[in-house]
Design a protein around this ligand. Structure first.
Ligand SMILES: NC(=O)c1ccc[n+]([C@@H]2O[C@H](COP(=O)([O-])OP(=O)(O)OC[C@H]3O[C@@H](n4cnc5c(N)ncnc54)[C@H](OP(=O)(O)O)[C@@H]3O)[C@@H](O)[C@H]2O)c1
Length: 230
């Protein structure tokens, strides 16, 4: 890509895997998160870390200026009130990120890491700060923003392939299962290089079987979202 890729939440467990994959492809990577020390210790060499809090637009302007792509993989809090509530990070925070990333007319491809059950208002998870409602609101905000985008809804994240090596992509938010962070990182990065991943939303799970090798083909089998992007 001809300008940097920003990974918001790039110091986290999933974010670091995404950062590494982008560096492996020769991209210039800007990782953002709130906490400096663990990030500098944990991030792969070659990534630039900038302290950035999605709730504070002043911290986002510089690292998100004129990027080719933005991956958003921020972990929300779970309280109903207070600065870390899901509304503040997953909705208002995402809006701050989109505003910073499109300043001056920039049009990065945005990959949003959401979660399974994002459309299930009555799910018990929604008792935690209405996290599912704010996930869904963030997804809708991104779809309507008019940028090229991909929404990835992982199942329960794990750090191994205990659920199997095969990746299953689904749509309709009816599935359930686990998925490895490495596969989700692959999906987030592959989406940036696969034309078929633009304007789609999908869930991800692992199951027994062989590893996915042709991501473009897997994305091409998905339905494009109702809101068509330019
Ligand atoms: N756990 C699951 O089963 C599951 C399932 C589906 C989807 N997900 C989602 O997948 C994503 C990645 O998960 P993970 O396990 O890799 O999370 P993680 O290790 O907790 O990493 C979260 C990242 O978000 C950053 N962050 C938190 N608040 C922030 C803020 N206000 N501004 C900027 N950065 C902020 C953290 O850095 P600082 O703390 O330094 O800010 C960290 O880099 C999250 O969105 C998560 O909700 C998780």
């Amino acid at each position: 890509m001809d300008s940097p890729v920003a990974v918001v939440g790039g110091s986290g467990r999933l974010g670091r895997l995404i950062v590494q994959r982008l560096l492996d492809r020769g991209e210039t990577v800007r990782a953002l998160g709130r906490t400096v020390q663990p990030a500098r210790r944990l991030l792969p060499p070659g990534a630039t870390f900038t302290p950035g809090d999605v709730r504070d637009p002043a911290t986002l302007a510089e690292p998100l200026a004129w990027t080719s792509a933005v991956v958003f993989c921020v972990e929300p809090g779970t309280d109903d009130e207070g600065p870390d509530r899901p509304e503040a990070t997953l909705y208002l925070g995402l809006r701050n990120v989109l505003e910073a990333a499109t300043a001056g007319g920039a049009r990065p491809h945005v990959v949003l890491v959401s979660q399974l059950h994002a459309t299930h208002r009555g799910h018990p998870l929604n008792a935690y700060g209405r996290v599912l409602d704010w996930r869904r609101a963030g997804e809708e905000l991104l779809r309507e923003w008019g940028l090229p985008y991909t929404v990835v809804r992982p199942g329960w994240l794990i750090d191994d392939h205990a659920a199997g090596d095969r990746v299953r992509l689904e749509q309709g938010d009816q599935g359930f299962g686990q998925v490895s962070r490495t596969d989700v990182a692959d999906a987030c990065v592959q989406a940036l290089y696969s034309p078929s991943a633009t304007g789609v939303t999908f869930e991800m799970f692992n199951e027994p079987g062989s590893r996915l090798t042709d991501w473009e083909q897997a994305f091409a089998a998905l339905e494009t979202d109702r809101v068509v992007v330019a």
